[in-house]
Design a protein around this ligand. Sequence first.
Ligand code: AHG
Ligand code: MN
Ligand code: MN
Ligand code: MN
Length: 335
Amino acid sequence: MERHITLGEFIIQNQKDFPYAKGELSALLSSIRLAGKMVNQEINKAGLANIIGAAGVENVQGEAQQKLDVLANDMFISTLRKRGEICGLASEEMEEHIVFNDEIHSNARYVVLIDPLDGSSNIDVNVSVGTIFSIFRRVSEPGTPVTLEDFLQPGHKQVAAGYLVYGTSTMLVYTTGNGVHGFTYDPGIGSFFLSHPNMRVKENGKIYSINEGNYVHMPEGVKKYIKWCQELDPATNRPLTSRYIGSLVADFHRNLLKGGIYIYPKGTKAPKGKLRLLYECNPMAFLIEQAGGKASDGHTRIMDILPTELHERVPFFCGSSEMVDQAEAFLREYQ
Ligand code: AHG
Ligand code: MN
Ligand code: MN
Ligand code: MN
């Protein structure tokens, strides 16, 4: 029986995707893969190892940091620091970006933005969580310290993005702008194998994913769209199905495979929405577009937004293209 190829083999085969990369981006992806395996190992034994629960401090987002948020953040930073592919990193869990300003790193040409542990509130209840990453080429001169401007680039400049989902099986899904490819982890062997080549999202799906508990806070257009999803109309396959895990990675992954829309709108409680443009929305937008779908803030393409600060939040509408178009039409009509 022909075996699946590994992530390592796939990366090497596709190095020609990056004409000016000289293998650095490949090496960077393999660092992320290694850190992901380490985080996966910790998550798998979370209930036994006294690493569930709150760390006792708040992060820059105003959220109670979980022990695994801190652990995953530290593991990604220390693993990426061990090699010389990036000159700096920004994380949901840290107020400012880190400058890797020593001899091995200052000539590096890439920066990483990361949500080390997505879906923190699901850790203690044994529900899927993930890691999201986004990679840019720096705009400042190699050899100089990385600057904030290197991180504040619009999403369409990403050279790679992806996520790990620590679910019933652990997967790594990524794009370098040449389609979306998914790899499933075999823990016995310790390798990721290509299980989902060229992932495509349906143009129209049956699932809508939104935290409906926020209904009273939502813009009128979103309320109307939700009601539209719930109406009976066999011609458009309605009512749709509601699915919401509360881990963006897991909700996104399911909708990517089955077709659907994920929405985190702005509201009276969160005037700019909750999700972070740089660590969550940009990478997911790159992936969904590469899979044939769409991502917007309800009006503007996510990857065209010019960020002004690291922890900027944006409303997020992401998934099957016809569903995102439909939700946008409701927003245009009702506000
Ligand atoms: P994080 O755990 O990285 O802070 O992200 C939490 C995000 C995202 O994963 C999820 O989709 C969303 O918050 C859930 O928010 P609500 O609990 O408000 O629905
Ligand atoms: Mn968080
Ligand atoms: Mn997150
Ligand atoms: Mn997080």
